[in-house]
Design a binder for this molecule. Structure first.
Ligand code: DX5
Ligand code: ZN
Length: 224
């Protein structure tokens, strides 16, 4: 099992105070920042683009995990790489030429990941698993923070975990949506390494306590 990483999602931060918000979760012990990019087409919501990622990258030492919830993301990849993304995930549902898109991310010296919606089956991503560094399993329907965890998505986590044991132990599994101190233990037990948490961190007054509570709930369960 890889170490637990807690990645606060800036979707739940105050966008007018992003540098302060990043500093606050850095002080709280976050491992990296999750950045939700939405285009108003692939998902109903609109958020931010490479210009803001560039500013954020210069404002925080935390590494940036950019989750592209956009249709046909290929034309944006170079801009996000230049803006300082450390990881870039694209949705299988938005990429008709997924293998090419993943290769392009790698040639930009960014670590590629594939994200999949709650209703997308493990069998759909299996052919690409040897080409990515991580899988982002959506445990809510993408578009908004603060939604309820869809527990059935853990079956996919278990399938990915079983696959990586046999084929690619370096693969990391990230889960995104509805993670809190109640749901994180079950996700860790299923095989998740990286935990995106929006409202469970940015929505709390004491962010240090929030990150510590997540880490402890994940750790407690993984030893069970
Ligand atoms: C949802 C986003 C998530 C979101 C998670 O579309 O991809 O990253 O910020 O928020 P919470 O943790 O509040 O469910
Ligand atoms: Zn996300």
């Amino acid at each position: 099992m890889h170490p637990v990483a807690i990645a606060p999602s800036i979707l739940s931060a105050d966008f007018a105070r992003l540098a302060d918000e990043a500093a606050s979760v850095q002080a709280a012990g976050a491992d990296f920042l999750h950045v939700d990019v939405m285009d108003g087409r692939f998902v109903p919501n609109l958020t931010l683009g490479p210009v803001l990622v560039d500013c954020l990258h210069r404002a925080t030492p935390l590494q940036l995990d950019c989750h592209l919830m956009v249709e046909a993301p290929d034309h944006l990849l170079a801009d996000f790489a230049k803006a300082g993304a450390r990881w870039l995930s694209v949705h299988i549902e938005a990429c008709p030429h997924l293998h090419r898109t993943i290769q392009r991310i790698r040639t930009l010296d960014v670590s590629p990941g594939v994200a999949l919606n709650p209703h997308t089956a493990f069998s759909a991503i299996e052919p690409i698993l040897g080409d990515v560094d991580f899988v982002c399993v959506m445990s809510v329907n993408p578009g908004f923070g603060g939604q309820s965890f869809i527990r059935s998505t853990l079956d996919k986590v278990r399938a990915i975990d079983a696959w990586r044991r046999e084929h690619n132990p370096a693969l990391r599994i990230e889960i995104d949506g509805g993670i809190n101190a109640t749901t994180i233990g079950e996700a860790r037990a299923a095989g998740v390494d990286w935990f995106v948490a929006g409202s469970a961190v940015f929505g709390q007054a004491n962010r240090g306590a929030a990150v510590a509570a997540l880490r402890s709930a994940a750790g407690a369960r993984s030893q069970a």
